[in-house]
Write a protein that binds this ligand. Structure first.
Ligand code: DNO
Length: 356
């Protein structure tokens, strides 16, 4: 297992590489070129410049989160082939820079969504939260505004402003797209890209939908064990894997996360894990919590043990932290609570290893 920490280059992060280097056990970062719009090639020069910064700080750059997929690929438009070929060129350039794992998602139109980015918790910290009734009655503009207003003036991953102008039209487009058709578009992408993932030794980990239920009647992709099986079966390459995001999948309390960790790690299809905890306030309402098992509804020990028992040897990162100790950062991505999470996860990992 290698512990990594999410970090954004180009001054787009309040957390520094020097700080990350001081978190015990963290070997590298999961990063991305957030300034390159989806669909464009990441050139060797751009990649090398970020890699140099990361390596100079004593860290590795083996994980990319994310190389985003152009909406035309998701929509299955005839223009997709050019974007797919750009994607493959980016993969080649990343391979040449030593990248081993790409996390991406196939969610239509928008990435993750929360109705509140800084909900006060009883201990005085703040956490991201989701209220289903409230969220279901928001207009698209309300959603964009609330994500932007809570972002501390930083670019939220998946909420890059360049996406906004097309969102309303895109949502409309997908109203006519069935789940089956959408999965055909995914298969088209995977069948084009996986042979290169093999050639370039890059593991792909698709990120689950977050939250894992429909919003705006958009097709849902990865939200349950059944949909993960379906996704992995679209292309049988071992490189076609899952980013096991415990908090995204755990937002649906019917999802048994230790069982998923067991099943998909045993298949060798989990290259990357996002570990965080969630606390339900009702069936579809939740807030994020500290990583500690007793602070949320997920049994982090059981998840880590299931990964360990089933031969997991990929990357783990602590996922969203709370806002603690008055830190000012991109919501979910401050230094302090994620560093606590990194230590807790490593404590669990060490205890499971030594108990064998
Ligand atoms: C949110 C993140 C997601 C994730 C992407 C992967 O905090 O977990 O934005 O990085 O879905 O492509």
């Amino acid at each position: 297992m290698k512990m990594v920490f999410r970090w954004w280059p180009n001054g787009d992060d309040t957390v520094t590489l020097a700080q990350i280097r001081q978190i015990p056990g963290v070997s590298g970062v999961a990063t991305m070129l957030s300034n390159v719009p989806a669909g464009e090639v990441w050139t060797p020069k751009m990649i090398q410049s970020v890699k140099n910064q990361v390596n100079d700080a004593g860290l590795e750059m083996e994980v990319i989160e994310s190389v985003n997929i152009h909406e035309d690929i998701k929509k299955g438009l005839s223009t997709r082939d050019q974007y797919i070929s750009n994607y493959i060129e980016t993969m080649k350039n990343l391979h040449e820079a030593g990248v081993k794992c790409i996390c991406y998602n196939f969610m239509p139109v928008m990435d993750w969504f929360r109705s509140q980015l800084d909900k006060p918790l009883r201990d005085g910290s703040g956490a991201m939260a989701y209220d289903h009734n409230y969220a279901s009655n928001l207009t698209l503009q309300n959603i964009i505004d609330s994500m932007m207003n809570g972002s501390n003036k930083m670019t939220l991953p998946g909420w890059e402003p360049e996406r906004f102008p097309a969102m309303a039209k895109d949502i409309e487009f997908y109203q006519g797209v069935s789940q089956e058709e959408y999965f055909k578009n995914i298969a088209y992408f995977l069948n084009a890209v996986m042979p290169y993932a093999e050639e370039y030794d890059i593991d792909f980990g698709v990120h689950p939908d977050d939250p894992p239920w429909p919003l705006f009647k958009l097709p849902k992709v990865v939200c349950s064990a059944e949909s993960i099986r379906k996704y992995l079966n679209l292309n049988s390459s071992k490189r076609n894997g899952l980013t096991l995001c415990t908090g995204s999948l755990g937002a649906n309390s019917e999802n048994d996360i230790p069982a998923m960790a067991k099943e998909f790690a045993a298949m060798g299809r989990v290259p990357f894990v996002h570990l965080r905890n969630v606390k339900h306030t009702s069936e579809k309402d939740f807030h994020e919590s500290s990583h500690l098992s007793t602070d949320g509804d997920l049994d982090m020990y059981a998840i880590v043990k299931a990964l360990h028992d089933n031969g997991f040897d990929g990357y783990i990162r602590p996922d969203h932290g709370r806002r603690i100790w008055d830190e000012n950062s991109r919501p979910g991505y401050g230094l302090y609570d994620r560093a606590l999470g990194a230590m807790y996860i490593q404590g669990l990992w060490e205890a499971v290893s030594k108990s064998k």
